[in-house]
Design a protein around this ligand. Structure first.
Ligand code: ADP
Length: 412
């Protein structure tokens, strides 16, 4: 009754107020719905985004929860391990594929190592899977703490390195075989040269005796035959002594001692005196350091390199520059010449035994640089050449530096 007493105006005002309140509530509802929708969209977008990332990764990837149940995996994972998504997602990792993933080393990673760290990199696991056979995997495991802080995710990125490991094993096997056959060959060359040395010396000296006694007493042709035979015997003697030197070079010769390289160079130049003088060579030498080395081998090294530079010169008289520069913890020695040069594609080959580039035009056995390589490697260094045809070559080799502590400990 009271209402009835209200004026029409009052009723209208109440209606307007009610409408306003409803509109307000409706507006609030819309905002809430919109916000919820926006959040859901964002979550969906983030999920798609992360799924895309997981999918784009070329290596197998699997996401686990803290109970080691699989939350998701990418197609590379399914492909590599021949498992179907429907048999994967939601599974306990170790149960996957008839418990094929129950790998003791994987358990150690996930249960012992990862809980103490947030990330474990390059963890190698080898396992024989029923479906795909023996595989070597490199695992990167990472614990991702969710924003709520309550639960963790475990990201397991897998690199299948089976092929790489197989190739490495094959390479190692080949390298071992090569080393063994090289050692056998060297041993054979050593024995053969050693056994050939005595009869060859006998032939050489008999020929020389023959020449001394009968030179000029027979006809000119006989003189030439004898002289050719002697030249052949000399070449063979040199070849044999070079092979013996080569097989000795890598063996434990004299132990290393502080060696003044300038002194080693002096001796090698004295040994090459005739060749230096006859070729009128110009020798430029920079101060050289002391290194830990076998002094006899250092002489041999300089002698082989400078001997080649004297021998393989071009039109101009040989100009040879010997130098050394300290770089990091090693000395880089160089022997530069202005000789005939070496074609770029041959610069590695010449360090192999019996490799000669310039035929009979220049005498040689093709062993000198192989000896240099053995010597340098025995000293823990490297040897290489940079060269330009017609301009000259620079042979470089490195020897580790002799530290002050090492020197003083040796001197006291
Ligand atoms: P050898 O000199 O006895 O033939 P090496 O092993 O010392 O044997 O050298 C191998 C080959 O490398 C030589 O036959 C020559 O063709 C090339 N060589 C070496 N040193 C030089 C150099 N300084 N300049 C040009 N060619 C060189």
């Amino acid at each position: 009754m009271k209402d009835k007493e209200k004026t029409t105006e009052q009723l209208l005002n109440e209606l307007i107020e009610l409408r306003r309140q409803v509109a307000e509530i409706e507006a609030a509802d819309t905002i809430e719905v919109n916000t919820r929708k926006l959040t859901e969209d964002a979550v969906e977008e983030a999920r798609k985004y992360s799924e895309n990332i997981v999918e784009t990764v070329r290596e197998p990837l699997v996401v686990l929860d803290t109970d080691l149940k699989i939350i998701s995996a990418n197609s590379s994972f399914y492909r590599t391990f021949k498992v179907a998504p429907e048999n994967t997602v939601g599974q306990f990792l170790y149960d996957l594929g008839n418990r094929q993933w129950d790998i003791p080393k994987l358990r150690i990673l996930l249960e012992e190592i990862l809980p103490k760290k947030t990330e474990v990199l390059d963890f190698e696991v080898e396992h024989k899977f029923l479906t795909i056979g023996r595989h070597t995997m490199l695992l990167n495991a990472r614990r991702i703490i969710r924003e709520s802080g309550r639960s963790h995710l475990i990201l397991l990125a897998i690199e299948d390195i089976t092929m790489r490991r197989r190739a490495e094993e094959k390479l190692k096997k080949l390298a071992d075989e090569l080393a063994r056959s090289n050692a056998e060959l060297e041993h054979f060359a050593y024995l053969a040269s050693h056994d050939l040395k005595a009869p060859l010396l006998a032939i050489g000296s008999a020929l020389r005796l023959f020449q001394r006694r009968y030179q000029g007493k027979l006809d000119a042709e006989a003189d030439r035959f004898i002289s050719d035979a002697i030249k052949g015997a000399i070449r063979m003697e040199k070849l044999i002594s070079d092979i013996l030197a080569y097989s000795h070079a890598g063996k434990q010769g004299k132990t290393f001692e502080p060696t003044d390289c300038s002194e080693a160079l002096d001796i090698s130049l004295a040994n090459l005196k005739d060749a230096v003088e006859s070729s009128e060579a110009e020798i430029i030498r920079d101060p050289l350091p002391k290194v830990m080395a076998d002094p006899i081998q250092m002489v041999q090294l300089f002698q082989n390199l400078i001997g080649n530079a004297l021998k393989l010169h071009g039109e101009e008289r040989p100009r040879i520059h010997i130098s050394a520069k300290q770089m990091g913890k090693e000395w880089v020695f160089s022997v530069r010449d202005n000789g005939i040069g070496i074609p770029h594609e041959q610069t590695k080959k010449i360090f192999e035994i019996f490799q000669r580039l310039h035929g009979d035009k220049y005498p040689g056995s093709g062993i000198g640089l192989a000896i240099c390589k053995k010597i340098v490697e025995r000293h823990g260094g490297r040897i290489w050449v940079e060269s330009e045809i017609g301009k000259g070559s620079t042979f470089y080799f490195t020897i580790p530096e002799l530290t002050r502590e090492k020197l003083s400990s040796l001197e006291t």
